[in-house]
Design a protein around this ligand. Structure first.
Ligand code: ADP
Ligand code: MG
Length: 235
């Protein structure tokens, strides 16, 4: 029984390779999930705005999704999470709301889009929960890992790009932001823990690139991003 299963796997694998050989022009036939992470003010939204335009110009099947959010239900949960008047939100509630958002976007959008061959540019994903709820809020990692596992249901990203920024630089940039949310109100110590968390986790991940953005203008960071995406075969 076991042998038969192995044989079937083998046949499917060969067929997939033959298929890949026929259409080796553009990689995301079966879709790709590219995640963008980094502290507030590291430039994720700025870069993703440029990237989605770049991908659309090439007419490739690409979508931009954000967390928390990305579906009608998740956007409603997002507004609860980020509401500045919710100063008494419990850490457990916050964690569970992020996980709820993730479960919804995965089931409703990500899984289907990947099956349809889309490249998904994802503004934040499970790493953000590890860093914000784990490193910065101090919630026991075992809950975070279990809940992430439950929401992800076996889904794995193809690449993570982390934009790094020092707190001093991020603060300078965030002064320009007029619309502040509940997380923008957190202190320097919180955001420093977030940054350190990203850098520590990056070292443990296999498909992860860190791009430092201090003293680099938006176009230089964009060029660096394209360089890595090309090198990894996504464009
Ligand atoms: N490389 C950069 N150098 C200077 N300012 C930047 C850079 N990238 C983004 N910014 C500015 O910093 C602010 C935060 O950028 P944003 O893309 O919203 O960050 P994030 O989405 O990671 O929070 C914006 O005002 C943006 O114009
Ligand atoms: Mg943003």
């Amino acid at each position: 029984m076991k042998k038969r299963a192995l044989n079937i796997d083998h046949i499917e694998e060969s067929e997939r390779s033959a298929e890949a050989g026929k259409n080796s022009d553009f990689r995301p036939k079966t879709g790709a999930l590219i995640v963008f992470e980094g502290p507030e003010g590291s430039g994720k939204s700025t870069q993703l705005d440029k990237l989605i335009k770049y991908f659309k110009k090439k007419k490739s099947k690409t979508v931009l999704l954000r967390e928390p959010g990305g579906t009608v239900i998740s956007e409603k949960i997002r507004s609860i999470i980020l509401d500045r008047t919710h100063t008494n939100m419990s850490e457990k509630t916050e964690l569970l709301l992020y996980i709820a958002c993730r479960a919804q976007i995965i089931e409703e959008k990500i899984t289907k889009l990947l099956e349809e061959g889309y490249t998904i540019l994802q503004d934040r994903f499970y790493l953000a929960t590890i860093v914000y709820q784990g490193y910065a809020r101090g919630i026991d990692r075992k809950w975070i890992d279990e809940l992430n596992k439950y929401a992800l249901d076996g889904l794995k990203e193809d690449l993570t790009i982390i934009y790094d920024v020092t707190q001093a630089e991020a603060q300078k940039r965030m002064k320009k932001r007029t619309k502040k949310d509940r997380l923008d109100e957190e202190d320097t110590e919180f955001h420093t823990k977030v940054r350190d968390g990203y850098l520590k986790e990056a070292k443990k991940m296999d498909n992860c690139i860190v791009i430092s953005t201090d003293n680099k203008d938006e176009d230089s960071v964009f060029k660096e991003t394209l360089y890595h995406l090309e090198r990894k075969g996504f464009i």
